[in-house]
Write a protein that binds this ligand. Sequence first.
Ligand code: ATP
Length: 237
Amino acid sequence: MTTDAVLEARSLTVGYGAMPVVHDLDLVVRKGEVVALLGVNGAGKTTTVRALAGDLKPFAGEVWLNGRRVTGPAHRRAKQGMRYISEERSVFMGLSASDNLRLGHGQRQRCLELFPELKPLLGRKAALLSGGEQQMLTLARALSAQPEVLLADELSLGLAPLVLERLLLAVRAAAAAGAGVLLVEQHVRDALEVADRAYIISHGKVVLQGDAKDLKDRIGEIEGTYLAGAELGLTEA
Ligand code: ATP
């Protein structure tokens, strides 16, 4: 396994039914880094993340977590230090914010340190929270368990730019505390602001990878070539 890698995809091929949509993909996330996975709609980002999370079985290739090859389902990977935030907001709408945090098996205190905004909302049903507050709850729950690997698919979906910024800061802080983070994001420029490295995929293949700083310097060309049609980030270059 690559030195310091906490998560690795090796020659990963995965898809639906008999149809592969991600082909022979290699990807590494190291301890303490945020890695962005970028691409237009339908490029294969969610499919990749679901295979890494144990939610989809690869057709071929391997997933390595913390130095071990993993083949089991998502709940087993969770026990092995992985947290996966899927595109669908995964709060329990009928439960209070407080009960949602309790279900994360992390420390409630830590959740509230990460997101003090949640304190006055603890008694409120999750269904009555705003989309941004629900997403903070989801992220707080995931991060409070101090995962070694966080997979976050489209944290920003439907959220205001300031909320996204807040969530990305928390993701960055989690990496500073030692987690390896894989971030799928439509807001390419915002993702490159927070990431150390990025992979750009197109038609299920990695077409470009590099340091976020270098990719930011080439953002105009990259958007034109690989991300045409992707929603532009809201952060000014
Ligand atoms: P988006 O940003 O729109 O979520 P993505 O890059 O995450 O896009 P995927 O969701 O991984 O892309 O989709 C990759 C391809 O797989 C697309 O062609 C999509 O139509 C197809 N696909 C996704 N989910 C399924 C499914 N459950 N069954 C069959 N095909 C699927």
